[in-house]
Structure formats: C-alpha cells, structure tokens
Design a protein around this ligand. Structure first.
Ligand SMILES: C[S@@+](CC[C@H](N)C(=O)[O-])C[C@H]1O[C@@H](n2cnc3c(N)ncnc32)[C@H](O)[C@@H]1O
Length: 386
C-alpha cells in the first residue's frame, strides 16, 4: 500500500487506490505464474524468482484470487519500513492502522520470515508484530482480538536485510484448495501444480488432451476448466479478505457481481479432455470431482499400456506413479516409457520422479526442469515423440 494513503483500503471510498500485491507460487512455477497474471491483464506484473509482484486496485487483488490457477497465495502489501531492531519492527507495525481489517471481534495470526537481518528469529518477529497489533487495538477499543489457527486475518511479515514488509494474506486457505476435490487417490497433485504443468506443456487449449494415469483427475479437471475459461476460485466458498472487518455489504455485492461476470465468461466450445486410470475406484473419485468442478471429461478405465495411437493429434499430460509412497519398479517405468515412445507425432508432458523416467525415454526431452511436488523432488519433462 502507498503508505501515504490514509489506510482505509477496502472501504468503498478507497476502492480505486493503487495497491501492491505479491503472488506466491510453488518453487519453479514462477515463470508460468508471471505469464498467467500478465494474460489476466493485471497491471505492472514483474518477474521475480520468489513470487510475482503486481499492482492494482482491490478489485484486481480479488480477481487474482478468483482467476489465477497457479498462484498459491495473494498477499497485499500494507507497509515497508526499516527494521534493524525489534523496537523498530514494533514501531513500524504500530504505525499501520489495523482497524480496517481487524477489530476485537475478529481473530488473527502472524507469520514471519527473516533473511540476512539483525532480527533472525521468525517466531520473535511474529510476536513483536502481534504485540504491536494487540496494543494498538486494545488502546482503541479497550479489548483485543484473539489469535486463532483458522484466523479471519492472516498477517505476514517479511524481514530481509533489516527492512520489513508487512502483508495481509488475501487468500486465506491456500488457493489450491479450490473446493471441488472431495475425494482423492494416492499422491494427488496440488491443483496449482497441475495448472502450472499444463501451462508448461504449452497446451493450446484446442488439441485433445489425455491424462492416462489421472488418479483423482486433477490434471484433466484443471485442463477442462482452463479451456472452458472457468475461473478456479468460483468453486471456493470464500477467500481470506471476505472475513476482514472492512468487507461489508457493498464489498459483498461487488464480489457477487465479479463472480457473475466470471461465470458469464465461460466458453462453450472446449476440446476433448480424456481422463484414464487402471483403477476403477480411483476413476470414480475423478468422476465425482469433475462433477463438483462442473466440467465434462471423457473417462476411460484402461491401462496406460493399452493406449493406442488413433491417427488424430493429442497431448498427454500426466503424473505417473513415483516416489516413496508409490514405490515405482524399473520394469513399470520402462513399460510406461515404451508406451509413450509408440505415440508417434504426439507430445508427452509429465511430472515424474527423477531420474527414472527421463532415463527410460529414448527421445531427448524438449523441456526438462526440476520441480517439487509436496516434499518430493521431481521433474517436469516434455517430449515431442518422433
Ligand atoms: C501419482 S498418481 C496420479 C495422481 C493424480 N495426478 C492426482 O492428482 O490425483 C498415479 C496414478 O496412476 C495410476 N496407474 C498406475 N498404473 C497404471 C497403469 N498401468 N495404467 C493407468 N493408470 C495407472 C494409479 O492408479 C494412480 O491413480
């Protein structure tokens, strides 16, 4: 936030002011997140390895929460100030007017990250900011808001090189929790990571797309939603900012109107998206998740090894089994690779365990990049099958 502005952001009169936002992403997906935010028409989007900053009004912050498929969280900047000591951090946090977001009726939490600064201890930094907030509100209202695990207001403090930046988390629950995934199989992908690998695959949203090992259907559902221009946040009940003190009847009305506009933007003409799995129980879960997401997929109960080239063009985007939980045997990986190598002229994108899958494929990948899936290191591979 421009710290010269009176800090009444979010109330109707202040809706037009320019704010600074920060979109965070799973490590390695920042480039595609930056591309996506630019495509959404958000202003002043800049590439930055640790997350993507952009500027805009509150409405643009709301739009990022509703429309970004790849962002994990959207933060709005409240203030930046020097913080070479705990006292400076306390004073800087006290200078912010917290009452537009937080009153004694709301609950809150503070999390901190410290890098290369005199203040090294993150819990201590969070505690200083919490004390500043509580002292300010107690002074003003004669009572204080409580700290909670599922808070109304999430404050995030970033202290780097003795400078602090204080943010509010607009998302609340991380944005991969879209709300449509009721039931999952083994090792489900985060929806945001599925959306990122779809973009990394270079899919044109016209070519037929197949996930032959779809599990709970995340990749196929995200693909169908992307192609149909279904905003991923539409299935979310609410976002963090909808629980702030300044989110009143006017804001709720504006948010309903924005949701309505996004619903109306749905595209009717979508390419065929096929979701297959060898396991019928897991395929049932994918079916019910797709229904909850409001998208149509073609389901195939089939082993990948029976997948045949049918003459038409297709892009495979998949997440084959790998890693500790799914313990992959080398014969299985070789058979998967041999199946893919038979699909002449198709493209194959996968989020796979390293290095087994890359070593078993005979063509060289056109794209190969490291990614993390939860706590598992893996890699994204993209092949043009000759
Ligand atoms: C890592 S999981 C996929 C998770 C999925 N991306 C999700 O978000 O839920 C791998 C899936 O491959 C399926 N699978 C294993 N062997 C298969 C085969 N031969 N043919 C098709 N699917 C197979 C498993 O049933 C499992 O659902």
């Amino acid at each position: 936030m421009n710290t010269n502005d009176k800090q009444t952001a979010g109330v109707p009169a202040a809706r037009g002011q320019t704010l600074e936002f920060h979109a965070s992403a799973i490590a390695g997906t920042e480039r595609v997140l930056c591309e996506e935010l630019r495509e959404l028409g958000l202003p002043s989007v800049r590439f930055n390895q640790g997350g993507i900053p952009f500027r805009g009004t509150w409405r643009e912050g709301w739009r990022a929460c509703l429309e970004s498929r790849i962002a994990q969280r959207i933060h709005v900047l409240l203030a930046r100030f020097p913080a070479a000591s705990p006292e400076a951090l306390y004073t800087g946090a006290q200078a912010i007017d917290w009452s537009p977001y937080l009153t004694p009726r709301q609950t809150f939490s503070v999390n901190a990250i410290c890098r290369g600064s005199v203040i090294q201890h993150e819990n201590f930094a969070a505690l200083k900011v919490k004390d500043a907030i509580v002292d300010q509100l107690r002074h003003r209202f004669a009572s204080r808001p409580d700290v909670a695990d599922d808070p109304d207001v999430r404050v995030f403090v970033y202290v780097a090189n003795d400078k602090a930046a204080l943010y509010l988390d607009m998302s609340g629950e991380p944005l991969h929790r879209r709300g449509y995934r009721r039931d999952v199989g083994d090792a489900p992908l985060r929806e945001t990571l599925a959306a990122a690998i779809l973009r990394l695959s270079g899919w044109d949203r016209k070519t037929r797309l197949i996930d032959p090992m779809c599990g709970s259907g995340t990749i196929a559902i995200e693909a169908a939603m992307w192609a149909a221009k279904v905003a991923p946040g539409l299935s979310r009940e609410r976002f963090g900012f909808e629980r702030w003190a300044n989110f009143g009847a006017d804001e709720a009305q504006a948010m309903r109107a924005l949701r309505g506009e996004l619903r109306a933007a749905r595209a009717g003409d979508v390419p065929r998206v096929v979701a297959g799995d060898v396991d019928p129980a897991v395929l049932d879960k994918a079916r019910s998740n797709a229904r909850a997401a409001g998208v149509r997929l073609a389901f195939r109960e089939q082993s990948l090894f029976d997948l045949q080239h049918d003459g038409a063009q297709a892009l495979i985007v998949t997440n084959p089994p790998y890693g500790v939980r799914l313990g992959t045997d080398p014969d299985f990986v070789r058979k998967v690779a041999a199946t893919f190598c038979r699909l002449h002229g198709w493209q194959v994108a996968m989020l796979a365990g390293l290095p087994a899958y890359a070593l078993s494929m005979s063509p060289r990948p056109r794209v190969r990049m490291p990614l993390v899936n939860g706590d598992l290191e893996c890699e994204f591979l993209l092949y043009d099958i000759p």
